[in-house]
Ligand binder design. Structure first.
Ligand SMILES: [Zn+2]
Length: 91
């Protein structure tokens, strides 16, 4: 099992039913870019992904709270909102 740190995210708009964003791809600390589908596959195989933030936030697969899409990745909101996936720099 590997542990990866995500430094940047690419988002895509999801217009229905309310405008919101899905993570489309991530850039790892190594510079490698992985599609969301790859991240989901690897999480399901046991790899762990964290945001490269302080403190790091664990990334997990969860149905989108806005549209129910099942291939959605997110982080638990916590007291430090700046470590969430959607708060990382974009690329
Ligand atoms: Zn959604």
């Amino acid at each position: 099992m590997a542990t990866q740190f995500i430094t940047k995210v690419r988002v895509e708009g999801a217009p229905v039913p309310s405008r919101h964003e899905h993570i489309a791809a991530v850039m790892l600390r190594t510079g490698i870019i992985e599609a969301r589908s790859t991240v989901i596959s690897r999480i399901r195989l046991g790899d762990q992904y964290y945001t490269a933030a302080s403190p790091p936030a664990l990334v997990y697969v969860h149905a989108c709270p806005f549209c129910g899409a099942r291939d959605y990745i997110t982080t638990h909101p916590d007291q430090t909102a700046t470590n969430n996936l959607l708060r990382l720099p974009r690329f």
